[in-house]
Design a protein around this ligand. Sequence first.
Ligand SMILES: [Zn+2]
Length: 390
Amino acid sequence: MKLVVRVKLLPTPVQAAALEATLHACNEAATWAASVAFETKTQRPLQLRKHTYAEIRLRWQLGAQAAQHAIKKTCDAYTALRANLRAGRYGRPGSRRHTRAAGKPIAFRPQAAQPYDDRMLSWQHQARTVSIWTTGGRLKNVAFTGQAEQLEVLTQHRRGESDLVCQGGKWFLIATCDIDEAAPNAHPVGFVGVDLGIVNIAVTSDGARHCGRRVNRRREQDRKLRSKLQKKNTKSAKRRAKKYAGREARRNKDINHKISKRIVAEAERTGRGIALEQLTGIRERARLRKPQRTTLHSWPFAQLGAFIAYKAKRAGVPVVYVDPAYTSQECSQCHHIERGNRPSQARFSCRVCGFVDHADHNASHNIRQRGWMAWVCGARSTAPELTLIA
Ligand SMILES: [Zn+2]
């Protein structure tokens, strides 16, 4: 399976200037190649190379590899555009959006991603540096950093090309890693149901409750601070608001890694699969009091779900997604469904059989049962092909 790892580069000012000049040159060259491709109607790499390679090398001083990647990037962009046009993502043929998208050559932003292969980029994992080609020569000892888990994956499994990209003035390398999967467990003895929530981020049918109050409190503090800064509307206030947003995102990611790791390890140890709610539309579905709304929108549910799925796939633990309708109102004992079964956010109390439980725990049991039913009825384990873990 493929994972995408993003590491942050820590270039010195001189190194950063060289990277910037390089990225600009590569994207200018690609934009020029795109205009040639548009005029001459040649969008295949081999043909386009005949028309553009020599001039790109001369005019933008790109190395042989960089020039080829710029040309290939151009062709890939046209392939993607054609697919999007065909799929109707720009409206119908003849519409204004469609005509505008199809009627002019593709242009690349000066800071758009540029692919690097192993001849242009080498990694020194021990020293945490890379050596990277630029238009001003090879840069050695460019430091990089990342979270421990990403760095470990990177050291052991990186394969093929990486993308150099500049986002918000910061430099990143986005590397693809190819990871061995354990043989999938074809005969799980049961399922662990996972309910993703707001007060409790994840509750399992085993009764494990992951992170509640403390995390939420910190998020609330961060959110208040951010909105205060946003009201100020000065340059430095905006900068600080951005910094806090980044810090919160990193903390959430770290928490999601830890929670998903524990849940998957438990399922693996006990020979079970994992049942998750199908998350699309969770924002539309959830009806919440106003203060809770911001909490829901700021918590990356989708990320936690994706982390569980990829760690499960790696460990050979089957994952099934279930329809989440009424999981919070259904009684996990007698299956009676009624809104009144849930008198408060935290409590579940069945109006028919009298069963009482923590609301999220009851929901996780429903998810577990639905997962098991789906599996028995022939559902297969599904996990995404590509996951961004950083
Ligand atoms: Zn009941």
